[in-house]
Design a protein around this ligand. Structure first.
Ligand SMILES: [Zn+2]
Length: 324
């Protein structure tokens, strides 16, 4: 069992499916909601094992062994990012006509947000009249990406995210080195992930993460006028590939400043010393709202450079408006 699986065994979605299984009351369709790709994918697979294993996912029996080897006929897993109408047609035919071992057949689709509306409508018909003994375990990054008609036929299970300490334990578990620099990276990435392991792992695996963090802090420290802004932003070389990481780091920096106002100082973030003195409480709260707005702009694929401009000009404005 991986560290991620071990942690997810205490999560609400997992425990709900397990309880249903133990009560002999498995739903015919579950929808696991989380914007954390790793958590969602892992939870979908774990829930499938619970549904299929006679002992609720023991990891020891013949069924579990076959599942672990990817050789269990009654388990179909689709983890593609895009799912077309043709894929759905194939799935429906398979669910009605293909024989299987065991007493149940489970279909996992972990990226329902990647199924377009037409395909979702086709899939809906199967959910309305599900084949006997078939369980669908669906995953989606967000509820708004799923048709309301599908939502109403699923048992919805929300994964609320990991704690920073849990993320740290996953990052360190996957790492062989245990030098100071590695630990420092893991500490920072686990805080910057905001409960999202996929985001934290991306930062952790970026060899320039610590450097980016320091660079961003120095840009924030030197923010004084819009005239200087272009020059400072050019240091960050913001583009589509690194924007989300920078937004996560910026949010972390301001959240840590807010926490230090309340007397809670996180270890391992020395560059921030003294920085929060420049901002009062309302300024920090307003800046955090601004960062969330920029994150939404990024989700809607706005131009990365415009988002960066909006963010830093916004920070300057808030600083100016809230000045004492
Ligand atoms: Zn088992």
């Amino acid at each position: 069992m991986t560290e991620t699986e071990r942690l997810l065994k205490t999560s609400k979605p997992y425990l709900t499916v397990l309880t249903d299984k133990k009560n002999g009351a498995l739903n015919h369709c579950y929808l696991i909601l989380s914007d954390d790709d790793i958590a969602r994918r892992t939870l979908c697979r774990m829930a499938a094992k619970v549904a299929l294993c006679p002992h609720g996912g023991c990891d020891n029996c013949e069924v579990c062994e076959k599942i672990n080897d990817g050789a269990y006929v009654a388990l179909r897993i689709n983890e593609s990012e895009k799912i077309s109408v043709d894929d759905v047609t194939e799935l429906i035919e398979d669910s009605y006509f293909t024989g299987f071992d065991g007493d149940k057949k489970v279909y996992v689709i972990s990226n329902l947000q990647g199924m377009n509306e037409k395909a979702q409508n086709k899939f809906l018909k199967t959910l309305e009249e599900p084949p006997e003994d078939v369980v669908f375990i669906l995953g989606a990054s967000q509820q708004t990406a799923v048709l309301a008609t599908i939502l109403s036929r699923c048992k919805k299970l929300y994964f609320e995210g990991f704690t920073a300490a849990q993320i740290y334990s996953v990052l360190i578990d996957d790492t062989e080195e245990s030098d100071d620099e590695t630990m420092r990276m893991a500490t920072r990435a686990s805080v910057c992930g905001f409960g999202n392991l996929t985001r934290a792992e991306k930062l952790y695996n970026d060899s320039a993460f610590v450097e980016k963090f320091s660079l961003l802090v120095s840009v924030i420290r030197d923010l004084s006028s819009t005239k200087k802004l272009d020059e400072q932003l050019s240091k960050l070389k913001i583009d589509k590939s690194n924007l989300d990481g920078y937004l996560d780091i910026t949010e972390t920096v301001f959240r840590l400043m807010l926490a230090s106002k309340r007397g809670a100082v996180e270890k391992g973030f020395e560059e921030l010393d003294g920085l929060s003195g420049e901002y009062d409480y309302p300024t920090l709260v307003n800046i955090l709202e601004l960062i969330l707005k920029c994150k939404r702009m990024s989700e809607s694929n706005c131009n990365p450079q415009s988002i960066a401009d909006a963010l830093f000009i916004g920070i300057l404005e808030v600083k100016y408006l809230c000045r004492k």
